[in-house]
Design a protein around this ligand. Structure first.
Ligand SMILES: [Fe+2]
Length: 242
């Protein structure tokens, strides 16, 4: 034995994100692939989530899922915050079956998403023509194109990446089974820095099936996203680049 302690996957991911996203230029293709590969080996248990157990059951109280979030027992969309700094954020969304995150955007952001467990139905669009309403009080409105046919992301699957102007910057999720998605956002959402999360209503164009009109809408009243504590390995930010 050499006495060394194996680094957790989340620590490795954190350090890689710090290195790549603290540079003042967009990540290279190689760096994107590196991060995709790092995310690609994550399993639910690596972020403190038990994909099989039902917390509170007689068996779970006495074995290994103690101290973990149990996906099967989640009844509302739940966000588990893992880390945030100026350059990026890391977190996990847990969905009950049928849970839906309506169409929303990621302004100026690159987002890596890895489905850790379960399956989710995804619709994704990119702006073609966006009406600039930043100097007025009117709602954001524009024409968007469908990125691809609607898809089902089912674990295990490749890490998906969306970019500021391509890859499906505006998307919606509907969970087909209980599921969990590990997200890395760079830079993070920030109302103060002009990167709010905006939700959209969608209007199909019958004559142009690959295009839709999107109009900003209020936060859906029936959307509930609750928070839960992160129960996985802690990140050592001792070498924080942020
Ligand atoms: Fe999103």
């Amino acid at each position: 034995m050499d006495g060394s302690i194996e680094k957790s996957k989340i620590q490795t991911l954190y350090e890689a994100c710090s290195l790549v996203f603290s540079q003042k230029e967009p990540p290279s293709f190689q760096q994107i692939q590196w991060l995709k590969n790092l995310l690609g080996i994550f399993e639910a248990k690596d972020v403190g989530i038990d994909e099989f157990g039902i917390c509170g059951s007689p068996s779970s109280s006495q074995n290994e899922n103690k101290g973990q979030i149990c996906v099967q027992s989640i009844s509302e969309i739940t966000y588990i915050h893992i880390h945030e700094c100026d350059d990026f954020s890391i977190g996990v969304f847990c969905f009950p079956a049928g849970g839906a995150l309506p169409l929303h955007d990621h302004p100026g952001m690159t987002v890596f998403s890895k489905v850790l467990y379960g399956s989710v139905y995804v619709k994704a669009y990119d702006w073609v023509l966006k009406v600039d309403t930043s100097s007025s009080t009117s709602k954001t409105l524009g024409l968007a194109s469908r990125v691809r046919e609607e898809i089902i992301m089912r674990a295990p699957c490749e890490t998906s990446v969306l970019y500021p102007t391509s890859g499906g910057n505006i998307h919606s999720f509907t969970a087909l089974t209980p599921c969990t998605i590990l997200d890395v956002l760079t830079p993070p959402y920030s109302d103060d820095l002009g990167r709010p999360s905006t939700y959209f209503s969608l209007f199909p164009l019958s004559s142009l099936p690959d295009y839709v009109v999107l109009e900003e809408r209020d936060l859906p009243e029936d959307l509930v996203v609750r928070g839960a504590p992160y129960m996985g390995p802690q990140i050592d930010a001792g070498h924080d680049f942020c």
